[in-house]
Design a protein around this ligand. Structure first.
Ligand code: ADP
Ligand code: ASP
Ligand code: MG
Length: 412
C-alpha cells in the first residue's frame, strides 16, 4: 500500500463533468489499495476572474483582502470533488489551508510555506477516507488567510507530499508531461521521459508554467519525486527527479519563453558610486522584483541602465523610477512592456561552448532583434519583441533539434 498525493490543476477540474472524471481516477487509486491525498486548484479561469472583480472595485495590490478573495476559488473545487467522491461511494473530507493547517509567512500573494501539521490528514487517512486539500492557500501565525502566488497549488502538493513522506506526488494537468518546449506553441515539442530538478527549476523560472518554480525548489530540497501527467489520458508522464546517468545526455533540454516581462531604461545617469542603490532600493521597498539588469559602458562619465520587471509591476515601477530620476540626475526614463524573454536551458551547456552564439545566430537569421542578454551556467536568455515570441521559440526548437521530427530521424 502506497501513499500518493495527486494534484489536479484548473483545467482538470474546469467543469463538473471534469470533476466527476477526477473522482473516478481517485477512486481507482483507492481501489488499488493506496491512500490518496488530493490537492486541487480552482476551476480554470476562476482565479483570473476573481482578480478582475478585485480590479473593478479598485483592488489591484497584493494584500490581506486579495488573499481572502483569491483563496475562495479552491474552496469551491474541493467541496465539489468531495461530493462527487461521496456520490460514487468513496468517502472523502475536504480541508481548507487553515483547517490542515498549512502555516505560511505573512507575505500576502507570495506566501512561503513554513510548516504543515499532518495530524488531521493522517487521522482522515486512517479512517479510510480521501483527504481533499485546497491548493494555493495557507494561514499565517495571526490567523490571516494567505496565498502562494499564481500556480501555487503545485507547491502545496509537493509540500504535503514531503510532510506526509508520500511515495509519489502526481501532478495532473492538461498536457502529457514536460515537453522540450510549450506544446501549445510548438507542435513538434517532444515529451521528456525524465528531467532533473535542476533543469526543471531553470525551465520553470524562465516561464514554463507547467510547474510553479517554488514547487520544484521544494521537490529538490526534500527529494520528492514528481510525475507530471495528463488527467485527460492514461499515458505515462514525465518524472522530475535527481539527475542520473540514463537521463538524456543532451546539451539543450528545452526552450522557454516568458511574456510577463517589461523593460525600463534610465538614460544618461552619472557613472558614480551609489547610483544602483538609489535606483533599485525604492523598487525593493515597494516589493517589486527586478529580473535582468544591464549597465552600459560609460561615455563621458555617464551610463545607461536597463532592467526588467513583471508586466503587473510595470506601471508602479515606472512611477517610482520617474520620481527617482531627478535625484539620479538621469536625462530620461523609457519604458516598454511589449517585450518577452526567450531562453534555452540545458545542464549540458556547462561543458559545451558555442551554444549562446548559435542562439544569437538563429535569432539573427530570423531577423529578430536581441534587446538584452543574460547567461548562467545552464541557460541563455534574450529579451526580444513580444510579437516575435512564438516565431523565436519555434526557430530555436528546430535549430537545436529538439523535436519529434529529429528524434524520428535518429531512430531511422
Ligand atoms: P494546471 O492548470 O494544470 O496547473 P498550467 O496551465 O499551470 O496547468 O500548466 C500547464 C501548461 O503549461 C500547458 O498547457 C502548457 O501550455 C504550458 N507549458 C509551458 N511550457 C511547457 C513545457 N515545457 N512542457 C509542458 N507544458 C508547458
Ligand atoms: N488557482 C491558482 C491560480 O490560478 C493556483 C493554481 O492553479 O495553482 O494561480
Ligand atoms: Mg499550474
Amino acid at each position: 500500500m502506497a501513499l500518493i498525493v495527486q494534484k489536479y490543476g484548473g483545467t482538470s477540474v474546469g467543469t463538473t463533468e471534469r470533476i466527476k472524471v477526477v473522482a473516478e481516477r481517485v477512486k481507482k487509486a483507492r481501489a488499488n489499495g493506496d491512500d490518496v491525498v488530493v490537492v486541487l486548484s480552482a476551476m480554470s479561469g476562476q482565479t483570473t476572474k476573481l482578480l478582475g472583480l478585485a480590479k473593478e472595485v479598485g483592488g489591484t495590490h497584493r494584500g490581506r483582502e486579495m488573499d481572502v478573495l483569491l483563496s475562495s476559488g479552491e474552496q469551491v473545487s474541493i467541496a465539489l470533488l468531495a461530493m462527487a467522491l461521496e456520490d460514487i461511494g468513496c468517502k472523502a473530507k475536504s480541508f481548507l489551508g487553515y483547517q490542515v493547517p498549512i502555516t505560511t509567512n505573512s507575505s500576502f500573494g507570495a506566501a512561503r510555506i513554513e510548516s504543515i501539521d499532518t495530524s488531521a490528514i493522517d487521522a482522515v487517512l486512517k479512517e479510510g477516507l480521501v483527504a481533499v486539500v485546497a491548493g494555493f492557500q495557507g494561514v499565517d501565525s495571526d490567523g490571516n488567510i494567505t496565498t502562494l502566488g499564481r500556480g501555487g497549488s503545485d507547491t502545496t502538493a509537493v509540500a504535503i507530499a514531503s510532510a506526509l513522506k508520500a511515495d509519489l506526488c502526481e501532478i495532473y494537468t492538461d498536457v502529457e508531461g514536460i515537453f522540450t518546449t510549450d506544446p501549445g506553441v510548438c507542435e513538434d515539442a517532444r515529451k521528456l521521459t525524465k528531467i532533473s530538478y535542476e533543469e526543471m527549476l531553470e525551465m520553470s523560472s524562465l516561464g514554463a508554467k507547467v510547474l510553479q518554480t517554488r514547487s520544484v525548489e521544494f521537490a529538490n530540497k526534500y527529494n520528492v519525486t514528481l510525475m507530471v501527467r495528463s488527467s485527460f489520458t492514461d499515458t505515462d508522464g514525465t518524472l522530475v527527479t535527481k539527475e542520473d546517468s540514463d537521463m538524456e545526455s543532451v546539451v539543450v533540454a528545452g526552450i522557454t519563453y516568458n511574456k510577463d516581462e517589461a523593460k525600463i531604461s534610465v538614460l544618461r545617469v552619472p557613472d558614480k558610486p551609489g547610483i544602483a542603490v538609489k535606483l533599485f532600493k525604492p523598487l525593493t521597498e515597494a516589493d517589486i522584483n527586478v529580473d535582468m539588469i544591464v549597465q552600459n559602458i560609460s561615455h563621458d562619465a555617464h551610463t545607461d541602465m536597463t532592467f526588467t520587471v513583471t508586466k503587473a509591476d510595470f506601471d508602479r515601477a515606472m512611477e517610482i523610477v520617474r520620481s527617482s530620476a531627478k535625484e539620479l540626475e538621469a536625462s530620461k526614463v523609457i519604458g516598454n512592456s511589449d517585450i518577452a524573454k526567450v531562453s534555452i536551458v540545458g545542464a549540458g551547456m556547462r561543458s559545451h561552448a558555442g551554444i549562446a552564439s548559435k542562439m544569437f545566430e538563429v535569432l539573427s537569421e530570423n531577423d529578430i532583434n536581441i534587446q538584452m542578454i543574460s547567461t548562467s551556467e545552464i541557460k541563455v536568455s534574450c529579451v526580444i519583441d513580444e510579437a516575435r515570441t512564438e516565431e523565436a521559440v519555434r526557430a530555436l526548437h528546430a535549430a537545436f533539434e529538439l523535436g519529434t521530427q529529429e528524434a524520428k530521424e535518429e531512430v531511422l
